[in-house]
Design a protein around this ligand. Structure first.
Ligand code: PMP
Length: 358
């Protein structure tokens, strides 16, 4: 007797990065390097461990479900009213909540492909129909084709900017035209998980540029530049209506007490975040340049990872890197995503890449 939905059998599972400890054990090495989950390698920000430790003393109590202090701090930092903010257990949870808040079964969620692997899972769990629009040959969103693919059933269109896993971004003129063209009854979700790594001034900050439009919602995370991947905090900036609906469908208490405390402490460390992002960006540019000697069509990245468009060679490249103790993220048939690590980790990866391509 089957108890679960048959359609889930067709759904690819979310693949988390492999454990470096397991790989090191398998290879008999002291340690392996994981460049597969787009984390920043410099440890928690100053003050975060202390804030979390202090919060744990109250952990027999429920957290503030309204995340009042955190929303107030985010509101002040990003220049929006707290009513327009929702927080969640990572921005991936908020993406799911947005879809739950907008789509009924059979409604369409439209997104570029390839993009963040959670989108199809989110669509399916909400009962929404996934509509995927292929990226351009340069691995970027094809916003014209995406706008043309909107139908009467479309409720949500996701623009991942910069795009995971290709690192490409859409620029101001294109995004302006796209947002103008999408009908007012369709929510445009701009997922800016990697915004802090953007250096191209022509890639717009969606909170500053579009969030005042009633049908735009912006997703941000504290997992990447802010170093809180393990504590799970993301936030959404949208209209009061959309943010309020998301707060309604959110799993109760899903921004934990430690997550709230850590986020409040991290937000005091913006100068350090900028310093760390600058290190990542310098390494991103160095790694991109080195990789282009092996693979000329590595696209420009505005994020903290690079994309190797290896097509059917992706899995073999990933396996070759693992044999050298470096975990990367292959998407077979498409390419390989490699997170920027410390300079030493990146050197290990580049050495592995040379043998993998040879
Ligand atoms: N959006 C994108 C584009 C991502 O790449 C990720 C993380 N891989 C997320 C959202 C979710 O991040 P988190 O849930 O850790 O906030």
């Amino acid at each position: 007797m089957r108890l679960t939905r048959a359609d889930l059998d067709q759904l690819p599972a979310y693949v988390p990065g492999r454990s470096p400890a397991d790989l090191a054990r398998e290879l008999g090495m002291a340690e392996a390097v994981k460049l597969a989950s787009n984390e920043v390698p410099y440890g928690p920000l100053p003050g975060v461990v202390e804030a979390v430790t202090a919060a744990v003393a109250q952990s027999h109590r429920y957290p503030d479900m309204a995340t009042t202090a955190l929303r107030a701090k985010l509101a002040a930092r990003y220049g929006v009213d707290p009513e327009r903010i929702a927080t969640g257990c990572g921005s991936v949870a908020l993406a799911e909540h947005v879809v739950r808040a907008t789509c009924l079964p059979g409604d369409e969620m439209l997104y570029a492909w390839r993009s963040f692997e959670a989108y199809p899972i989110i669509a399916a769990t909400a009962g929404a129909t996934s509509v995927r629009v292929p990226n351009t040959p340069a691995h970027a969103h094809d916003l014209d084709a995406m706008a043309a693919a909107v139908t009467d059933r479309t409720r949500v269109v996701v623009v991942c900017n910069p795009n995971n896993p290709t690192g490409t971004s859409v620029r101001r003129a294109e995004l302006d035209a796209f947002v103008d063209r999408v009908p007012e009854n369709v929510l445009v979700v701009i997922d800016e998980a990697y915004r802090e790594f953007v250096t191209d001034p022509d890639v717009p900050d969606a909170i500053d540029t579009y969030a005042d439009r009633p049908n735009v919602a912006v997703l941000r995370t504290l997992s990447k530049a802010w170093g809180l991947a393990g504590l799970r905090v993301g936030f959404l900036v949208a209209s009061p209506e959309v943010a309020g609906a998301v707060r309604k469908v959110v799993t109760p208490f899903s921004t934990s007490m430690t997550a709230q405390a850590a986020a409040l402490a991290a937000l005091d460390q913006e100068a350090e975040v900028h310093r760390r992002c600058a290190l990542v960006v310098a390494e991103r540019d160095r790694v991109t340049e080195a990789l282009r000697k092996l693979l000329p069509d590595v696209p420009d990245s505005q994020s903290n990872f690079v994309w190797l468009p290896l097509g059917d060679g992706a899995a073999a490249f990933g396996a070759a890197c693992e044999r050298r103790g470096v975990i990367v993220r292959p998407f077979q048939g498409d390419g390989v995503r490699v997170t920027i690590g410390t300079p030493a980790e990146n050197d290990l990866f580049l050495a592995a890449a040379e043998t993998a391509v040879a």
